[in-house]
Design a protein. Structure first.
Ligand code: PGA
Length: 253
């Protein structure tokens, strides 16, 4: 069966002290309140990865993600962080292709493919993000748009490489806007994504891939979204910065 995952993308928020408090609170709530087979992921900014990871070490449900990775292995790439470095501080997952990276850092499909390869080569698991801007949805071009994003970065992976991938569908018009996709909109896109994946990889791999929804997910709408057959969890931005909200989203399964 595929994994149920709730991942918190902290983006560029929190100081060191605040990050440690937040993860301690989440860790305690997960220990006290969460039962069952759920993978909880926190993705703090780079400088806090190791310390945040250490605080969750005794908790089997909790896992660590980075928000980005270099496509290169090592060398003269000032300011970049490699998959090897991430692995060496206990990182297990890497968010790749978030719309903010595509938009503000001009990460194209080929770059994302290289990042996927670099991540998987180190035994880390990518959380590959896709999702359409509002004008593509309004033009009813959203399926084609997301299909291309998947095809242009993922289709060059082998079945074995793809087994490591988690997909996150994050419609750009829902990110940080308070406007969530309806559960029906999420389900139909997730089903479409799974169908596309089954054309690129074997059917079992596509069936087993966890597909997360992201975009203004909160404790009030998580239950409805997570109850959809092809929604296997969430990638949470704003609400992951508040321990109570994040824990309540996790408990929505
Ligand atoms: P949001 O962000 O939950 O604040 O909308 C989601 C994301 O960008 O991953």
């Amino acid at each position: 069966m595929r994994k149920r995952i709730v991942a918190g993308n902290w983006k560029m928020n929190k100081t060191y002290e605040e990050a440690l408090s937040l993860v301690s609170e989440i860790d305690n709530m997960v220990k006290d309140e969460v039962t069952g087979d759920i993978t909880v992921i926190v993705a703090p900014p780079f400088p806090f990865l190791q310390s945040v990871g250490k605080l969750t070490q005794g908790n089997d449900l909790m896992h660590l993600a980075a928000q980005n990775v270099s496509e290169h292995e090592s060398g003269a790439y000032t300011g970049e962080v490699s998959a090897t470095m991430l692995k060496s501080v206990g990182t297990e997952y890497v968010i790749i292709g978030h719309s903010e990276r595509r938009m503000y850092h001009h990460e194209d499909a080929q770059t994302l493919y290289k990042k996927l390869k670099a991540t998987i080569a180190q035994g880390l698991k990518p959380i590959f993000c896709c999702g359409e801007p509002l004008e593509e949805r309004d033009a009813e071009n959203h399926f084609e748009y997301v299909g291309k994003q998947l095809h242009n970065s993922l289709s060059y992976l082998s079945n074995e490489e793809f087994d490591q991938v988690v997909v996150a569908y994050e419609p750009i018009w829902a990110i940080g806007t308070g406007r969530t996709a309806s559960s029906q909109q999420a389900q139909e896109m997730h089903a479409y994504i799974r169908e596309q994946l089954s054309k690129m990889f074997d059917a079992e791999a596509a069936f087993n891939c966890s597909i997360l929804y992201g975009g203004s997910c909160n404790p009030g709408n998580a239950k409805e979204l997570f109850s959809q057959p092809d929604v296997d969890g969430g990638l949470i931005g704003g609400a992951s910065l508040k321990s109570r909200d994040f824990a309540d989203i996790i408990k929505s399964f």
